[in-house]
Unconditional design. Sequence first.
Lengths: 181, 237
Amino acid sequence: MTQPEARFGRMAAVQAHPLAELMQCPPGAAGLLNGAAQCICVDAGETVFRQSAVCRGLYVVVSGQFLRRTERLDTRLTLGLARAGDLLELAAVLGDGTHTYTLIAQTTGSVLILPLQALNQAFEVYPPLRMRLLEELAREVSRSYDASCQNRIPKARRRSSDGRAAQGGGSASADLSASLT
Amino acid sequence: MASFHPHHPPEDCINCEHRHLRVFCNLTPEALRDYDGIGIMMSHARGAKLFSEGDAARNVFVICYGQVKISSTSRDGKTMILKIAGPGDVMGLSAVLANVPHEVTAEAIEPCQVKTVRKQEFVDFLGRHGIASMHAAQSLSGEYLTVFHDAKRLALSGSAAGRLARLLLDWGHAAANGKPEIRFTMALTHEEIANMAGTSRETVTRLLNQFRRDQWITIKGSSMTIAKPEQLERLTA
């Protein structure tokens, strides 16, 4: 098998699994999660959560389109889009509990939050749920390894304080797409 | 990339005095007894490959001491160093749990001791102990953040000096483990550091010499001490 074929096969194997399959639980755990779930509606341009802030729980995009963005001082990096059905911040929920990036609504939309406390209770009631989310995180890590290698040195451009792309920039958008999805 | 060379490497997990410093191995007594009974402890010489990109993921590897270079190949065939794994790091976890071949290559850059656990044995162990699956989740989350920060470091640091400074600080802080002195073993060549910092070998050599002249760092053999971390921090801004 050639290297591109091998990579294609690996990428197919690490595709995100459907949400319904991941979150399938017996009534006890499902009741806990359903009872605690909160829905947030947002307008275009609104920030859902910010990088480095404490993560409230697992986010599920219900409708609309969202932008995942990371920033440092005056430079921003767009990591990719989040659409309906996407599960967000697994690494934060299962790991150190802080957001790894900022999520901004690109269109009017809504997200569902499964609070951390309810998730932890559900893990105790139904341990396979944690294992399933762990496997999903493993697939996400696997995808990010691949994306990281394909986009090893993206050309970063800086924004001046008034928001215009600084010298060296060319296109209208000052973001760069690293597609670290 | 904390480099740690104990005079007496731990013979088993129960008697390992460094366990409490590590994310995965810091288990409850019951889980620890179980963990001690699975897998085997293996010593690897410098240069030994623990696994290669594309290999079937049959084992999970937990580094007890030593450093391991994690690299991958780009579409154009270039080898890129993603991170230097150190004691307590779990390797091969994402491939094992996602049930895919290894995404990366792991090569010892100094003599190291690694606990090697068969895939099914490891998955069963996680199933038996909630604390172990929690720690595995934290390790995996750490792995995700490493890849994420690597991309961020390259994309968001404006200058080569800033990227190199960030790299040195990351390694130094990992090795210092809260101690005031920031010292670590530099097991990579300038070429390899350049690869990680997204710059050329010549630039790395020039910048390290400059940092040394400015007395921000001191280098003795393969040991590097960061004397003025605040100056390096300023470069990364």
